[in-house]
Design a protein around this ligand. Structure first.
Ligand code: UD1
Length: 364
């Protein structure tokens, strides 16, 4: 039995690492395919090291491009890989272009596909990820959900129940593993700025960083926040490019209480957020990680595909950036870290349930 595991973009690595380990522990062979959607050392290679992952068995090297170009390149290259192997299952995770591209290819060749992190919906089709999620779920054979709202969404879309299984949040497996390791290391990048009370900012969604007016407003607000609590801001390449384009990078760089960093590796990042007092983000994964760590999280988005981080966790949506200051004040009054939350099956044992479900599906 040969199982093909797909990674492409930064948020995929921490989801596939524990699944690969679990397969290999059980003596099941995996072929790890990296599409190359993300390719910079600090967006890709560093994660293989930090997550103790094997190097990709196959690298498709597709790189950046428009959605159509990137998706098409992945499809063309991945079809060759499928034709060269006899996969019992292709496993895709999350909602990036690599997820839908590889799913389409495998399904048209009649190969079984498992979607890990199935069923999440923002109900906002302007997000490229929402299109990727809906289409991937529509055609995959086994849909593994991280939280029970995923099962409800799929039921409402008419997906037969026997294709869906609630297995829990695979990212938490990697988070727990990393927390154990960073405890013994001095890997928190905030230390070099002498900070032990600080806010972490991450922003990369096109809806926040592609439009000049929005970027200007965001930068003004971040400067304001930094007067209340120092900010550490590892900048995604999309965001850096746009800040440069709109002439706003120097504004952030010259603020004494805003510390700009390049994108961080996984262990450094876990260490940074693990000791933070507040997070401001538009990331999907970080909404979950902050819930799991009990760190207040302000999410700069109109919606979230991860509502459980609001109902059971520490997340709050900021739909209008002009309300950010009030929410920061409230969060800081509360002062920081709360009891870590543990939605059901966010327990670090999700990889086992995933591999059980996949073996069961292949043998059925
Ligand atoms: C992609 C995912 C998004 C995910 C995010 C995490 C899709 C549709 N989007 O968005 O869901 O949250 O990854 O980071 O799949 N670039 C580099 N180096 C890299 C990769 C990208 O410099 O290693 C630059 C390129 O200029 C590129 C831009 O960043 O054009 C955006 O990258 P892209 O992969 O298109 O989208 P992300 O914004 O990263």
């Amino acid at each position: 039995m040969l199982v093909c595991l797909i990674v492409g973009a930064r948020p995929n690595f921490m989801k596939i690492a524990p699944i690969d380990r679990e397969f290999r522990k059980r003596g099941i062979e995996t072929l790890l395919v990296h599409t190359g959607q993300h390719y910079d050392q600090n967006m890709s290679d560093v994660f293989f090291e930090d997550l103790n992952m094997k190097s990709p068995d196959v690298h498709l090297n597709v790189g950046s491009g428009s959605h159509a170009t990137q998706t098409a390149r992945i499809m063309i290259e991945f079809e060759k890989v499928c034709n060269d192997h006899d996969f019992a299952m292709v496993v895709v995770v999350g909602d990036v272009n690599s997820t839908i591209a590889c799913t389409l290819v495998a399904k048209k060749l009649g190969i079984l596909v498992t979607h890990v992190e199935a069923g999440l919906r923002s109900f906002d089709r302007e997000m490229p990820e929402e299109i990727n999620r809906i289409l991937t779920d529509r055609i995959s054979d086994l849909l593994l959900t991280p939280s029970i709202d995923g099962n409800e969404n799929l039921k409402n879309e008419g997906v037969p129940e026997n294709r869906v299984k609630f297995v829990g949040n695979i990212m938490i497996d990697s988070l727990y593993d990393a927390l154990d390791r960073v405890k013994s290391e001095n890997s928190n990048p905030a230390k070099k700025f002498g900070l032990n009370h600080y806010c972490v900012v991450t922003l990369h969604r096109p809806s926040n960083v592609d439009d000049e007016e929005k970027v200007v407003e965001l930068v003004e607000n971040l400067v304001h926040v930094s007067h209340k609590i120092p900010i550490v801001f590892p900048i995604h390449p999309r965001t850096r490019n746009n800040l440069k384009k709109f002439g706003k990078l120097p504004v952030l760089e010259n603020e004494p209480l805003i510390h700009i960093l390049e994108p961080l590796g996984y262990l450094e990042f876990v260490s940074l957020i693990g000791s933070s007092n507040l997070v401001i983000t538009d990331s999907g994964g970080l909404q979950e990680e902050t819930t799991s760590l009990g760190i207040p999280c302000l999410t700069l988005r109109e919606n979230t595909e991860r509502p459980i981080t609001i109902t059971e966790g520490t997340n709050q949506l900021i739909t209008d950036v002009s309300t950010l200051q009030i929410s920061v004040d409230d969060a800081l009054q509360d002062l920081g870290v709360k009891e870590p939350k543990k939605p059901k099956y966010w327990d670090g044992k999700t990889a086992k349930r995933i591999v059980d479900a996949i073996i069961d599906c292949v043998e059925r």
